[in-house]
Design a protein around this ligand. Structure first.
Ligand SMILES: Nc1ncnc2c1ncn2[C@@H]1O[C@H](COP(=O)(O)OP(=O)(O)OP(=O)(O)O)[C@@H](O)[C@H]1O
Length: 505
């Protein structure tokens, strides 16, 4: 069934409900844009119609649109490359708007919609806010910034724009929307059922439409009991739920199941994430990771804002999205694994993502959404080992980081040995770069793998090296003085550290 929120997305501003004042102010801004040339910030809770209003307005004005996600493309140069050029030069249709737009050629305008404008910050994206502020001030095209939290936008940017607040849509305004949809879909309804859906969604019209669609699935009428029963329907087991999402059910049905399981969206997402690769083929997994990355973004917002209404969007992505990423249904029995809930998983995730962003020179958002899922897929359970070592070396990951990315247990010999080898590899690279100055690294590298026997003193991380790790580290012999942090001291005090130089000549 098509998504009703898309099917009934307003195509003209007059169809945007419940925010008449905001709607009028927004329309005024557009009509008088030639005179003031300011950008506008539309802000308000999720699902109240901000993005819809922007597109509807462009439609009313006969403008083209280009939509960018500010938090996806936060770095200054990317924003400049896309929004800067789009804003100042040509329209999507190719008409040269730049100078011409300053005249009365309103039809050739291009409305630049920057979503998630309140997320343009973070350690690795310092250029983002000032780049947008500059762009906004110099723009030759109208720009709409969309945000949930007005005061999360930098002051400079706020001062450079007008702002229009979209308030939560009252139940009184939500009910007629639901009623219209029922009529168009040929669904009979009890008014109380619609009222109940409107009330429990507290201002979120998108949520209300989603709930209505879920309640109407497979029915030609809805009564208040249907809505109430859906509320009470609960305690589905986690394994049937995983079967529903990963093998058997439609996106809608999977979403319904998610609400029936007695787990938080955080935990549900982890369950799905940790088991998806046992079922999905690579193409399905690639699509599914996009949804899981989105779920992760919403969970992050919940953590940051303590606004639990965002949970629903995490669940939409994790359950319905991952189910939609599957081609058809799947059979058979799967041994689902319990996810590893590391006590520090959030900070570990942040740490790993930060390192990836720093090393690769991409934004934290890109590292989280695009690079991390890819790394997880290609090093799942530390296989292939070589690649996992290369990854750990490239991003200088510790055991928690490797365990986090690969889904393996943090304290296993496998993970520990990979981290050891990665460190050795980094040291070798440093020695290379230093042109042999750190000869100890070269000596270390001559026996890269087997370290645990040699480090009785470094016992905490190495364990006692009793050979339990045979599967992972079989061939290379032990190498005294390798691998532990103390090794540098040993090497420094040893003349024949010089022998390592032979590796470089
Ligand atoms: N005020 C409204 N009038 C009519 N439909 C609405 C309204 N608000 C939301 N909707 C419905 O909800 C869907 C999602 O709305 P939209 O994406 O515009 O919300 P938003 O405020 O931009 O949310 P977010 O901040 O999460 O992007 C629309 O496609 C539409 O079906």
């Amino acid at each position: 069934m098509a998504d009703w929120t898309e099917r009934y997305r307003p195509s003209t501003l007059s169809e945007v409900r419940g925010n008449d004042k905001a709607r009028d102010a927004f329309a005024d801004w557009a009509r008088s844009w030639d005179d003031h040339r300011e950008a506008v910030i539309l802000h308000g809770s999720p699902g109240v119609g901000k993005t819809s209003a922007a597109h509807a307005l462009a439609n009313d004005m006969g403008w083209e649109t280009v939509e960018l996600n500010a938090s996806d493309q936060r770095t200054a140069d990317v924003i400049e490359r896309f929004a800067g050029r789009a804003a100042r030069n040509a329209t999507l249709g190719g008409s040269a708007a730049g100078g011409g737009a300053s005249g009365g050629d309103t039809a050739s305008r291009q409305l630049v919609i920057l979503d998630e404008a309140d997320n343009i910050h973070g350690n690795y994206d310092r250029g983002g806010a000032s780049a947008i502020t500059k762009l906004v001030k110099e723009s030759g095209q109208p720009i709409v910034l969309i945000a949930n939290e007005f005061y999360d936008i930098s002051r400079g940017l706020r001062n450079a724009c007008r702002d229009v607040e979209f308030r939560d849509v009252s139940a009184r305004s939500i009910v007629p929307v639901l009623r219209d949809i029922c009529r168009k879909e040929g669904i009979e309804f009890e008014s109380d059922a619609l009222q109940r859906i409107a009330e429990r969604n507290r201002g979120d019209l998108r949520g209300a439409i989603n709930d209505l669609q879920a309640a109407c699935e497979g029915r030609s009428s809805i009564a208040v009991e249907d809505v109430v029963t859906a509320d009470r329907d609960k305690a589905m087991g986690i394994f049937p739920f995983l079967d529903a999402v990963l093998k058997e059910e439609s996106a809608e049905e999977s979403l319904r199941s998610a609400y029936a399981v007695d787990e938080t969206p955080d935990d549900l997402t982890k369950w799905i994430e940790d088991n998806m690769l046992s079922v999905y083929d690579p193409a399905e997994a690639t699509r599914a990771y996009d949804f899981l990355a989105n779920a992760d973004v919403w969970l992050g917002r919940v953590r940051a804002s303590q606004n639990y209404t965002y949970w629903r969007y995490a669940t939409d992505n994790a359950a319905a999205g991952v189910a939609a990423a599957r081609d058809g249904t799947k059979g058979g029995w799967t041994r689902y694994g319990r996810p590893q809930f590391w006590p520090s998983s959030d900070s570990t995730a942040d740490e790993v993502v930060g390192r990836i962003a720093e090393t690769s020179g991409c934004s934290v958002a890109t590292a989280r959404r695009e690079v991390l899922p890819f790394l997880s897929a290609v090093t799942h359970h530390c296989k292939p080992r070589d690649l996992t070592v290369a990854m750990a070396a490239a991003y200088d990951l510790d055991e928690a980081g490797v365990a986090f990315v690969t889904g393996s247990g943090e304290s296993t010999n496998k993970v520990e040995s990979i981290v050891e080898d990665a460190r050795a590899r980094r040291e070798e690279r440093m020695a290379d770069n230093a042109d042999g100055a750190f000869a100890g690294g070269a000596a270390r590298e001559s026996a890269p793998a087997e370290t645990s026997e040699a480090t009785g003193d470094g016992g905490d991380r190495e364990g006692d090296g009793t050979g339990s790790d045979a599967d992972e580290r079989s061939d290379d012999a032990e190498s005294p003085g390798t691998g532990s942090a103390d090794a540098e001291d040993d090497d420094a005090g040893s003349d024949d550290g010089q022998s390592g130089l032979s590796d470089f000549v």
